[in-house]
Write a protein that binds this ligand. Structure first.
Ligand SMILES: Cc1cc2nc3c(=O)[nH]c(=O)nc-3n(C[C@H](O)[C@H](O)[C@H](O)COP(=O)(O)O)c2cc1C
Length: 216
C-alpha cells in the first residue's frame, strides 16, 4: 500500500502540512509506505490547454504531455493506492499551486464523453484537507463551500472516491502581536488551536489509517 500526500500550502510546518503529516502517520501505523510532496518546492504550470491528453490515437492520450517538475509526481500517482491532498483556503478557494496541480491531475483522465467518464482505470481512495481562518458558519455565509465541493466531485469522478476534512479557525501567525489584526482574537484562536486542532489531527490520523486498510 502506497499513499501519497500533496501539500498545497507554501508553509511546510503549519496547519495543512501538520494535518497531512498526521494522515501519513495513521497510514504508516497500518503498514503503508508514504510520501509527502510539497507543491511549492516544484516548478510547474497548470494545464496549458495543449489537449494532447484528448487527441485521438495520441501517444499521450489520457496522460499529461507537459513536462516539468510535476511530471514524476503525476507518474507516481498512476501507481499510488491513495492520495491525500491538503490546501489552505486562499481568497475563498484552494491555493493557486493546488489548483494548477488539480488541473494537471484531473483533466487528462476526464473525457469529453457522457458523464465525463474517467480513464484513470482504477478506483483509489482520495482525501482533501482544507484549512482556513474562518469558522464553519462563516464559510457557509461567504458561500465558498460549493466551490470546494466541485473539487471533491472531480476527484470522486476521476478516482471513484473522495472524502473531505475541514479545519476551521486556524492559528495563522507565530506571534499575533507582530501583525495588524483587528478581526481575529488571538486568545480565541489559541483556544481553538489547543482544543479543536488536536481533534482535527486525530481525524486526519484516522483518515490515514482507514486509507491504508485495504484498497478499494
Ligand atoms: C493569501 C491568503 C489568502 C487567504 N484567504 C483566506 C480566505 O479566503 N478564507 C479563509 O478562511 N482564510 C484565508 N486565509 C488564511 C489561511 O487559509 C489559513 O491561515 C490556513 O490555515 C493557512 O494554512 P497553513 O498554515 O497550512 O499555511 C488566507 C491566507 C493567505 C496567506
Amino acid at each position: 500500500m502506497n499513499i501519497m500526500a500533496i501539500n498545497g500550502s507554501p508553509r511546510k510546518n503549519n496547519n495543512t502540512a501538520t494535518l497531512l503529516g498526521k494522515t501519513l502517520e495513521g497510514a504508516q501505523a497500518n503498514g503503508a509506505e508514504t510520501e509527502l510532496v510539497h507543491l511549492y518546492d516544484l516548478n510547474y504550470k497548470g494545464c496549458t490547454s495543449c489537449f494532447a491528453c484528448k487527441r485521438k490515437e495520441g501517444k499521450s492520450y489520457g496522460k499529461c504531455a507537459w513536462r516539468d517538475d510535476l511530471t514524476p509526481i503525476l507518474q507516481k500517482i498512476e501507481q499510488a493506492d491513495a492520495i491525500i491532498m491538503g490546501s489552505p483556503i486562499y481568497l475563498c478557494d484552494v491555493t493557486g499551486q493546488m489548483h494548477a496541480f488539480l488541473e494537471r491531475l484531473v483533466f487528462p483522465y476526464l473525457t469529453y464523453t457522457e458523464a465525463h467518464k474517467s480513464i484513470f482505470g482504477r478506483t483509489i481512495k482520495t482525501g482533501f484537507i482544507y484549512t482556513m481562518n474562518v469558522t464553519a458558519q462563516r464559510m457557509e455565509e461567504r458561500g465558498f463551500r460549493p466551490t470546494l465541493s466541485w473539487i471533491e466531485a472531480y476527484l470522486q469522478n476521476t478516482f471513484g472516491h473522495c472524502e473531505a476534512l475541514f479545519a476551521y479557525d486556524t492559528y495563522q501567525f507565530d506571534n499575533y502581536d507582530k501583525y495588524v489584526v483587528t478581526i481575529f482574537d488571538e486568545q480565541l484562536k489559541a483556544q481553538v488551536r489547543d482544543t479543536q486542532f488536536p481533534k482535527d489531527c486525530d481525524s486526519a490520523f484516522t483518515m490515514g489509517q482507514r486509507f491504508a486498510e485495504k484498497a478499494l
